[in-house]
Design a protein around this ligand. Structure first.
Ligand SMILES: Cc1cc2nc3c(=O)[nH]c(=O)nc-3n(C[C@H](O)[C@H](O)[C@H](O)COP(=O)(O)OP(=O)(O)OC[C@H]3O[C@@H](n4cnc5c(N)ncnc54)[C@H](O)[C@@H]3O)c2cc1C
Length: 475
C-alpha cells in the first residue's frame, strides 16, 4: 500500500503542510524546497545525476563523522537500475565512458586534477512518468490525499503497530502492516519520527537524541572566474538545460583532498564574460512551486516539437561555449557532517495538528576551509599546467575569509536520520532499518551519513531499490 499525502495535482492548501521555521543560517522556505503531491519533488528537480564517489563511503581522518557503514560495492549494482528509472544515458561513470568523447579535456596532470562525469535526466517527473505504472499495478494499492500524521508503536516501543492517516474531512484511518517504509523526504521523515511520541517520549528512533541531527546540503556557489590561456573546444564541459545528457566537471583527486584536508567537491565551468561572475554573494531564490507544477504539465509537448527546439538550442549552446575564454567556476561541495546542524519541531502546528519542522542549518570551519583551499588547489593545478588562470571571488580571496551573508545550497536536504551501525551515532542501520524498531525502514537522503559531491537523487533511488530487494527477501 502506497500512502500519498497529496493528490495528483499540486494543491497550495496541502503544500502548506511543509511550511516551517528556519532559525539558523538563512535557508530556502521549507514549503518551496519539497513538493507535496504524487511524484514528490521530482516535479521540479533539475536532473543532475552522478553516483557517490568511493571516497564518500570511507571514514576520512580529516572529516570527523565521515564514512558509510558499507563499501561502495554494496550500492554499485543498484545504480544501474536507478539510472534506467531516471532515464539517464546508460554506461559506466568514468569520463571515458561518456557517449561523446570527441572534444578534448583540459590537459592537466591527473595527480593534481581529475574529471567527474555527470549525466542528466530529462528530468524524469515521477508523478507523470510512472503514474500509470503505479495506478495499474496489481500489487500496489495507492491512496492519495492520505497524509500520515502519526506513527503508533507497540506498547513496548520496539515496533510500529499502525500509522494514523487523516483523510479530507478529518476522517481518521489506521493502517496496519507487517513492514513500514517512511519515504516522505528528509525533513518530513524527521518531523514524523519526532512528533510520534505515544510510547516513546523522545520520538520514534530517538533513544539517543540522533533524530534530526546532521542536516546537510551541497554548498553550490560560484567560487571564481577562469580565463583559458589558449582557446579550446570546451564542449564536454558545457551544459544546456533540457539538452545536455552528459558533461564533465573538475574534481580534486583524493590524494589532494587528503593533503589539504578537504571535503569532496565537483567544479563546473559555465561560460561567462570577464568580471560578470565576480559576485561576492549568490542568492538563488527557490523555484516557484506552482510554476514548477505548470512546467510538469507542459511536458506534454510532442516529441517532434521538443526535438526541433532542442536541436536549435544545442547549436546556440555549442557556439557560446566555443567562443568564450571566460568561465564561471561553480562548486558543488559536500557539507561536513555536523550534529549541531539539525531539524527539530516548531511550537506551531499545521492544519492537521502535526508540529511543523524547525531547521537550524549550521556550517563548520571545515566547510569554509575546504571551499577556500579547494578552490586554490584547483587554481594551482590549472595554472601549473599552463591551461588557465583562476580568479577567486572576493570573499574567498580575503585574508580572513568568512561566509557571505547568504550561502546557497542545491535544495538537497540530506542527513537528519543518518545511517550508522551504532544507535548512539545514527538513526538507521546499514539496511535503513530504524535502530530499535523491528519493522520500520527509512528511504531518502536523510539516511546519508556523508553527502559527497554528487547530487542525491540517483543514490536515493539506488538505496530505495536496495531496500525493496531487502524487504522482499524478508517477506
Ligand atoms: C529546485 C530543485 C532542484 C533539484 N535538482 C536536483 C538535481 O538536479 N539532482 C538531484 O539529484 N536532486 C535534485 N533535487 C533534489 C531532489 O528533488 C530530491 O533529492 C528528491 O526529490 C527527494 O526524493 P524523496 O523521495 O526523498 O522526497 P520527495 O521527492 O519530496 O517525495 C516525498 C513524497 O512523500 C509525500 N509525503 C510527504 N509527507 C507525507 C506524509 N506525511 N504522508 C504521506 N505522504 C507524504 C510527498 O507528497 C511526496 O510524494 C532538486 C530539488 C529541488 C527543489
Amino acid at each position: 500500500m502506497l500512502l500519498e499525502g497529496g493528490g495528483f495535482d499540486l494543491d497550495p492548501a496541502l503544500q502548506d503542510r511543509y511550511r516551517g521555521e528556519v532559525v539558523g543560517r538563512p535557508y530556502y522556505s521549507l514549503e518551496a524546497t519539497r513538493l507535496h503531491y504524487f511524484g514528490g519533488t521530482t516535479g521540479h528537480w533539475g536532473g543532475f545525476c552522478a553516483p557517490l564517489d568511493p571516497v564518500d563511503f570511507s571514514s576520512r581522518s580529516w572529516v570527523p563523522g565521515s564514512g558509510w557503514p558499507f563499501a561502495p560495492e554494496t550500492l554499485e549494482p543498484w545504480y544501474t537500475e536507478a539510472a534506467t528509472l531516471l532515464e539517464l544515458q546508460p554506461g559506466g561513470w568514468a569520463p571515458s565512458d561518456a557517449e561523446e568523447t570527441n572534444a578534448p579535456l583540459l590537459p592537466v596532470s591527473s595527480d593534481a586534477l581529475g574529471h567527474k562525469l555527470w549525466r542528466f535526466s530529462p528530468p524524469t517527473r515521477f508523478g507523470s512518468r510512472y503514474r500509470n505504472d503505479v495506478v495499474r499495478h496489481h500489487h500496489i494499492q495507492l491512496l492519495t490525499h492520505a497524509p500520515v500524521v502519526s506513527l503508533r508503536t507497540t506498547a513496548d516501543g520496539t515496533a510500529l503497530d499502525h500509522l494514523v492517516v487523516r483523510q479530507p474531512g478529518g476522517h481518521t484511518v489506521r493502517i496496519r502492516a507487517q513492514h513500514f517504509v517512511l519515504a516522505c523526504s528528509t525533513l518530513q521523515n524527521v518531523r514524523l519520527l519526532l512528533s510520534s511520541n505515544d510510547h516513546l517520549p523522545a520520538g520514534v528512533g530517538n533513544a539517543f537524541d540522533q533524530v534530526g541531527r546532521g542536516f546537510m546540503e551541497h554548498l553550490e556557489m560560484p567560487v571564481g572566474t577562469l580565463a583559458l590561456m589558449r582557446p579550446q573546444d570546451m564542449q564536454r564541459y558545457a551544459y544546456d538545460w533540457g539538452v545536455t545528457r552528459e558533461r564533465v566537471e573538475l574534481q580534486l583527486p583524493v590524494e589532494v583532498q587528503r593533503r589539504y584536508g578537504l571535503l569532496n567537491a565537483s567544479f563546473s565551468l559555465d561560460p561567462a564574460t570577464a568580471g560578470s561572475a565576480l559576485v561576492s554573494t549568490f542568492d538563488r531564490e527557490p523555484p516557484d512551486v506552482l510554476e514548477a507544477y505548470r512546467q510538469d504539465t507542459r511536458s506534454g509537448m510532442t516529441s517532434e516539437l521538443r526535438a526541433a527546439a532542442l536541436a536549435e538550442r544545442r547549436a546556440h549552446d555549442v557556439n557560446t561555449v566555443r567562443r568564450s575564454p571566460f568561465f564561471t567556476v561553480m562548486t558543488r561541495q559536500e557539507q561536513a557532517p555536523n550534529a549541531a546542524s539539525r531539524v527539530t519541531l516548531s511550537n506551531d502546528r499545521d492544519a492537521w495538528g502535526v508540529p511543523r519542522a524547525r531547521l537550524d542549518w549550521q556550517l563548520t570551519a571545515l566547510d569554509l576551509h575546504s571551499m577556500r583551499e579547494g578552490t586554490r588547489a584547483l587554481g594551482r593545478a590549472l595554472g601549473a599546467a599552463g591551461v588557465a588562470r583562476l580568479q577567486l571571488v572576493d570573499w574567498l580571496a580575503a585574508d580572513a575569509p568568512a561566509w557571505p551573508e547568504r550561502v546557497s545550497g542545491g535544495w538537497h536536504d540530506m542527513g537528519g536520520t543518518r545511517m550508522h551501525a551504532d544507535p548512539r551515532k545514527g538513526v538507521v542501520d546499514a539496511d535503513c532499518r530504524v535502530h530499535g524498531m523491528a519493522n520500520l525502514w527509512l528511504a531518502g537522503a536523510g539516511v546519508f551519513p556523508a553527502g559527497g559531491a554528487a547530487n542525491p537523487t540517483l543514490s536515493i533511488v539506488a538505496l530505495a531499490l536496495r531496500l525493496a530487494n531487502h524487504l522482499s527477501a524478508t517477506m
